[in-house]
Write a protein that binds this ligand. Sequence first.
Ligand SMILES: [Zn+2]
Length: 276
Amino acid sequence: MLVSMKSILDNALEGKYAVAAPNVDNEHNVRAAIEAAEEMNSPIILGVPYHANPDIEYFGRIITDLARRASVPVAINLDHGASYEHCVHAIRAQFTSIMVDRSQEPFEINVAETKELVKVAHAVGVTVEAELGHVGVGENYDVDGYTGLTDPDEAVRFVEETGVDCLAVAIGTAHGVYKGEPNIRFELLEELTEKLQIPLVLHGGSGSGDENLAKCAKLGICKVNLSNDLRKASIEELTSQDLSGNAVYGMYRFLGEGFKNKVKHYITVLGSEGKA
Ligand SMILES: [Zn+2]
């Protein structure tokens, strides 16, 4: 069933688990993600970057149709909404959540632009995620992983002023493949959870380590964004097959299997199995 992201996250906060948010961009990985959730009886959040698919409205029709047919709760979130237009377009494409990412702007601009979209989204029951502090890219982890961490007092002001439903926090994870080892600040996460009392979101789940992610889920992270590991698992499954002769016809099935099995792995790690 297609549901609001807020309903999934509020349940996760109360139950002290996190929900996997795989990045999807085509019918095959949408189906793989939903099948993984159904087989584990878990809620799932599909993360869609604006440019993931060439046509967000067409993709919105596919993804919402598949979500409505699912036996478990499915939310659809615009990942890293970079402009007012992209966010409004995602709402028109029937997404049930938008992320307004102004994390690289100064605090006051981040507040003002997020607040404006909260008003639009909430008018039609759409959830809003924003980001404070900045989660960088793993390739620059020696710099990005150590700067831009979320300031707890600033975060309290941000949530009060914007009225967001959930907040992506920078606690030492990074997008994509890490250069070196991830250094996650659990004490910072605990402080943020205690002060904010809303569901928190972790970006850059791939390569962050299963134990670290499981611990984050217990400490207030309610959604973990995943992309790189899922794509890698798809490709590994495909390339592990004997693709000679007519076996090539199985291409999308192999890619989907790899994706699905990795989503199931993360559902187990994050503790959302059986929580649908
Ligand atoms: Zn992200």
